[in-house]
Design a protein around this ligand. Structure first.
Ligand code: SF4
Length: 215
């Protein structure tokens, strides 16, 4: 995935950026946030992680996908959504016609929880990193994958199977919840996933670029 970096070194979070500016090195403010997360010892997960998993994608994203926590592959490679679930998600995003640079991917938790058990207390400790990433990226739209990511952004949301595939608003932004791609383990959920991805494409105003079979 390529990064479309704005030419706004040291820009404040959410500051207006010149869309015509030539790509430069990663902006100072974003690098500083990345370094802060890399050195973070705010919760016990820093002891078991290989490395924090900060972000993958363009720096002027049309939408940001918020997941729950890094898994084993992500912990090893330092990039979010690079395991099997990530490949399913990438296929979905490609199917609705999104270019890689239009999308940003991150997690509520930056460090892998042992046994992949989501840690709500760690999520509270990590929240400031998430809020600062979203403030800096300032995406026009959000997508959550999984119940815990949805709950983090929209605590009042109904259970995930009731609201996945239906647009909402959270944090003052349009939000589209998806079930977690790792949860798609049955024919019924595979059909639900494909239907929700179709609905995502409609929400984005994109015509699907790929076949449902690719999902
Ligand atoms: S999970 Fe978040 S708060 Fe905890 S150590 Fe990692 S970066 Fe810091």
């Amino acid at each position: 995935m390529t990064s479309g970096e704005p030419g706004t070194e040291g820009s404040a979070p959410g500051a207006a950026r010149d869309p015509g500016a030539a790509p430069t090195a990663e902006p100072v403010a974003w690098s500083a946030l990345r370094a802060e997360v890399a050195a973070c010892t705010r919760c016990p997960l820093h002891r078991s992680r290989t490395q924090p998993v900060f972000y993958r994608g363009g720096l002027r994203p049309h939408l940001v996908v918020v997941g729950e926590a890094p898994g084993a592959q992500e912990d090893r490679l330092g990039r979010p959504f690079v395991g099997r679930a990530g490949r399913r998600l990438d296929a979905a995003l490609a199917t609705v016609g999104l270019d890689e640079a239009e999308v940003g991917l991150l997690n509520v938790l930056k460090c892998r929880p042992p046994g992949n058990r989501f840690d709500p207390a760690a999520a509270r400790s990590c929240r400031t990193h998430l809020d600062r990433q979203l403030a800096w990226l300032d995406p026009p739209r959000l997508v959550t994958v999984g119940a815990r990511a949805l709950a983090a952004l929209d605590p009042e949301a109904p259970p995930i199977l009731r609201c996945a595939g239906r647009p909402r608003t959270a944090l003052g932004r349009p939000l589209f919840p998806l079930i977690h791609p790792a949860a798609v383990r049955s024919h019924a959920l595979a059909r639900r996933w494909a239907d929700d991805v179709d609905a995502l494409g409609a929400w984005l105003g994109r015509r699907g670029a790929g076949p449902r079979e690719a999902l």
